[in-house]
Design a binder for this molecule. Sequence first.
Ligand SMILES: Nc1nc2c(ncn2[C@@H]2O[C@H](COP(=O)(O)OP(=O)(O)OP(=O)(O)O)[C@@H](O)[C@H]2O)c(=O)[nH]1
Length: 611
Amino acid sequence: MTDLDLTQRQKYIRNFSIVAHIDHGKSTIADRILEMTDTVSERDMENQVLDDMDIERERGITIKLNAVELKYQAHDGHVYTFHLIDTPGHVDFSYEVSRSLAACEGALLVVDAAQGVQAQTMANAYLAVDNDLEIVPVINKIDLPSADVTNVKAEIADMIGIDADDAVLTSAKKGTGIAELLERIVSDVPAPTGDINKPLKALIFDSVYDSYRGVVLSVRIFEGQVKVGDKIELMSNGKQFEVTEVGVMSPKAVPRASLMVGDVGYITASIKNVQDTRVGDTITLADNPTKQALAGYRKITPMVYSGMYPVDNSKYEDLRDALEKLQLNDASLEYEPETSQALGFGFRVGFLGLLHMDVIQERLEREFNLDLIMTAPSVNYKIILTDGTIKVIDNPSQMPDPSEIKEIQEPVVRAEIMVPKDYVGAVMELSERKRGQFQTMDYLDNYHVNVIYKLPLAEIIYDFFDSLKSSTHGFASLDYNISGYEVAKMVKMDILLNKEPVDALSFIVHEDFAYDRGRTIVQKLKHIIPRQQFEVAIQAAIGTKVVARSTVKAYRKDVTGPLYGGDQTRKNKLLDKQKRGKKRMKEVGRVTVPQAAFMAVLQMGDDDLKK
Ligand SMILES: Nc1nc2c(ncn2[C@@H]2O[C@H](COP(=O)(O)OP(=O)(O)OP(=O)(O)O)[C@@H](O)[C@H]2O)c(=O)[nH]1
């Protein structure tokens, strides 16, 4: 192709993402776009092609990124190539959202016509602005009786600061407005720029492991081109690989001779380890490298850690294999072996957040058929020792002796909580109670306020979100980012069963909450731990000081006891249920402890604390 042809080629490419608050209809809009561009025939159309994992589909959330190439014949007579890049819709994955936006020139900002602008609408809009994207506002679900388009337009203008007079109005459910949306993508999203004659510069915005081809990289080419046989280099770690295949997803993989500037597609290069291919990294050619990597790369680190143990100790190797397999597809998953006196051999696993943790746990249980005991999640703490060394711990059992500790620092987040103004008081009351420090408050319009607090991450992972929802009748939405570490008076709380500390039950808590949490957990455990042949004493202690105690009386409960008559089938059902429940019990010393006990510390809502 001549240079002129190439410029022409770029002129007809449109790279864009769809961003939205959770449930505002991003996936449904993506589906309609795919249908209208005949990328998938309706017959083949499984609901929501872009979310291709079962668990995602069940939970209706998008976890893995994906990109598809679509052809669209516009009203101007030209055929355009669209690359639709999917983004995850949850705060746990905000770095990945940002990297996939960096692969685009435009973003469709979808807002629910009934719910209006929410915290993640704003957070996503800001990410799009940070990446210099052209934003096309889309108001979806206009078919709902409670839709209020005029009001939502005003919210978009007032709260986000983009003109929404000509927002595209859609009902993705009914297919209304999608034709107009496609035209607006052509007219409003800029064509990619960049020079094909420059050395290769490509952004990795996703990577997945495929057992046949190795790691498949999703890339956006910003300069130059890449073809089979090229030797590529990953700029963050200098690793080199030979390209075995390039192509586009449409929506299945379609190999191409090369990928050129402006393209969004995939590269395989017999890469065995997804850890080498971090999202956000830049790819160049080994023998003709670009001088400067693309901006914005950072290694993502887990925020939340939990111990994972097989209920059946003989399944330890199976758990290791399963984690290894999952990690192939998920570079943000980290794990290392750990042992617990109570639970035996297991792993300390790092996650991006609680949702990520839930998803991994579910996949391990469902796809790998493992029964797991998980310990309560913990954040990591920086411990400054009296000799000046710094120790980072992600497990209460690593806490040094208090006499060696100079100070403890905990991760804090900048939380943006968006609420109708009537609920500002409730939000502040809750945030203060959770050790929050008020930062500022912005009126977004006459009705909505953005309240900004600095809050300890540890409090957020407990029950902050649930408490926020209940104290604002579901009207608040939350977005947060780690902002650093701050000194905090944390102590380690040990839980003892019959005088023996159970390492997997210990947790780190702020001094001010220690007594209340100690008392609450002891009460919870009393109800969770089943009666045994002998009495079980439960104690919560800080160091040698016992702060709460309780006892589970001896006596084994006969679950069939309360049943009248001789209905054997019903009896059997109950016994079966009890058997299944038992699978998740663990013998700790002589005491049988169910899984729920290890998570009890997480479920200490405010109501419990008031008791
Ligand atoms: N009434 C109505 N419902 C819609 C419309 N578009 C989507 N929905 C419904 O809204 C819910 C959420 O839609 P999704 O497309 O899964 O939303 P999403 O933004 O992709 O959600 P996440 O994947 O969780 O981020 C689903 O139950 C859809 O069927 C619409 O135009 N009208």
